[in-house]
Design a protein around this ligand. Structure first.
Ligand SMILES: [Zn+2]
Length: 323
């Protein structure tokens, strides 16, 4: 039985001679228990992903192929990260899912709904509470700690694809550490633009060996991958690859001696909501006024700062009232 068949096998049996199409409604809990297996995937499919993840953790930054069975979410919408999460999640996990740093965007909301419907786990917006954090485009502003797992959704796992279209050749280049063409590509970027202009997917060297694409997280988040206390797992569903950065592993963005790596510059800007000046700030355009403003990309962190400010203001009010 292939993993795809195994995933479907957990669903209801089709009547003899008929073909039954699986719908998202089938994944929702039914009276008397879950119609589908815990976390949707069949246990055999989960084990295959977990075996692959073990290899990925053992060889940091190395892309390991996996079966990537079909899910009730289209490829390109986070199925790689979703399969990693489904394979690891247990009934006692606390789950946080973000998209562009936001808990409330469409992709995050729908992935969360599917996981809650098929596991019943507790969810949170506070990154410090999460045992499993699935994300597209961001890591949380508060550095993750020991025991936490970050699962990143990856559209393009191969960092060499832009300089080499052949899969056979990129495999050879990784195996031999032959990254000359990547360096030339960065050099040409510097010559033309004055600096490396990549704003996301910035190539990093992991554990002093493989070059890895860190997924579409901004340059801002890369320093938080270096020697991090948490485990980072990266899943690409469409490309059928997983790779990993174990805790306390070096992750160094590629840079030249005379053109060092830099993060995004938000000097002179502040979040319009909480006033933070030390977070990754999104530019938001207000079509009513025609003006743009900046706000924290990490909405969970922004909420924590706002709550702390409200708490401090309440204490000051009570002191002023002589209580
Ligand atoms: Zn804010």
């Amino acid at each position: 039985m292939t993993p795809v068949e195994a995933g479907i096998a957990a669903g209801p049996a089709a009547p003899a001679g008929t073909e039954r199409r699986m719908t998202l409604a089938d994944a929702l809990p039914k009276r008397g228990g879950f119609q589908y297996n815990f976390a949707f995937l069949a246990e055999g499919a989960k084990r295959e992903v977990r075996r692959t993840l073990l290899k990925a953790v053992a060889i940091p930054g190395h892309q390991v192929p996996f079966a990537s069975p079909e899910l009730p979410i289209a490829r390109g919408w986070g199925t790689g990260g979703l399969q990693v999460t489904m394979s690891l999640i247990g009934p006692h996990d606390v789950l946080k899912i973000i998209d562009q740093g936001c808990d409330g965007s469409v992709n995050a909301v729908n992935l969360r709904k599917l996981l809650v419907a098929t596991t019943g786990v507790r969810t949170t917006f506070d990154s410090r509470e999460a045992t499993l954090l699935q994300s597209r485009h961001r890591l949380p502003e508060i550095p993750m700690s020991t025991g936490q797992i970050a699962v990143l959704q990856v559209p393009l796992p191969e960092p060499l694809r832009l300089v080499e279209p052949s899969e056979v050749e990129t495999r050879r280049m990784h195996a031999e550490g032959d990254y000359a063409r990547m360096w030339v590509s960065l050099y040409e970027d510097v010559v033309q633009n004055g600096s490396v202009s990549l704003s996301w997917g910035y190539p990093c060297r992991v554990n002093e060996h493989y070059i890895m694409s860190p997924s579409p997280i901004p340059r801002w988040d890369l320093p938080r991958l270096h020697m991090a206390r948490h485990l980072t797992l990266l899943g690409a569903g469409r490309e059928k690859r997983v790779y990993a950065v174990p805790p306390f592993t070096s992750v160094k963005p590629l840079e030249f001696d005379d053109v060092p790596f830099t993060v995004e510059n938000f000097a002179g800007m502040a979040c319009v909501r909480c006033g933070s000046t030390d977070t990754f700030l999104d530019e938001i355009y207000d079509e009513n006024t025609g003006r743009s403003f900046r706000a924290c990309s990490d909405t969970g962190y922004c909420d924590l700062v706002k709550a702390a400010q409200a708490g401090a203001a309440a204490v000051m009010d009570r002191e002023a009232a002589g209580e």
